[in-house]
Write a protein that binds this ligand. Sequence first.
Ligand code: THG
Length: 286
Amino acid sequence: METGISSITREVIIGDGHPTALIGERINPAGRKKLQEALKRGDLEMVQREALSQAEAGADILDVSVGTFGVDEVKLLPEAVQLVIETVDLPLCIDSAYPKAMEAALKVYKGKPLVNSVTGEEHSLARVLPLVKDYGAAVIGLVQDDEGIPKNSERRLAITRKIVERAESAGISRRDILIDCLTFAVGADPTSGSIVIDTIRKIKAELGVNLTLGASNVSFGLPDRSLLNKAFVAMAIAAGVTCLIVDVAQVQSAVLAADLIMGRDRRARRYIEAYRQRQTPHEQKE
Ligand code: THG
């Protein structure tokens, strides 16, 4: 199963046998006061800087979210998308809970983006799936429905079945669906990590779709977040995710290691190349 996402000039293939695709999470005001204030003023300079630094760090795709209190997303999201596509040539993952803002952003995008996201809730399926179809996008499906987010993998799998069925009947190919098993902080609920790992395995075995994960949520509120995030991305890759929404600079080393261990980096080419780039000129001489 392969999902293709594209900008005008680049295509990223998500699937087994390919390196884990990394979606840079940092164009997102959640938990970031300065970015929130800038977005409220309509100032997109930080957005542009985050686009450049994440591309430099090796992101394959960039998530773009401007959702915060006091921002008109219908106006600002397309402006942010426009600026990011003028700044870097990576494909984008357009992140908004508002279908109107999503549509405004899809209108300015060029290529095949990822829509983040649809849920199993009726209102979401009804509004978002037609947009995905009309604009020829791919979509992230979240395992949430009108009853909420289930605490067990069987019901998360059932919501996935529903999303896949409804997307297929809306004319969207199964290839263009990525399922996100939804990560919550392990500091708040000690079962939230294992539910995700368990659900990934079940969905992969039954439906074969590509899977993504907003992995950084696992470490909210705990010290040494990067250690937890790195351990979690490695486990998620072993369980079968093919794409991750992460702080790329933070977890890339763990992703490269996990990809190599899981046979997704033939002849260790990417791992060795990254290792070489980390060496100082002095060490390289030896
Ligand atoms: N699934 C999908 N989309 C998502 C998420 C998901 N989009 C949003 C989010 N979750 C993923 N993005 C982030 C972005 C930032 C952080 C976590 C997830 C984060 N921010 C720090 C904080 O809040 O403490 C601040 C970072 C900083 O200051 O540098 O952790 O799950 N489909």
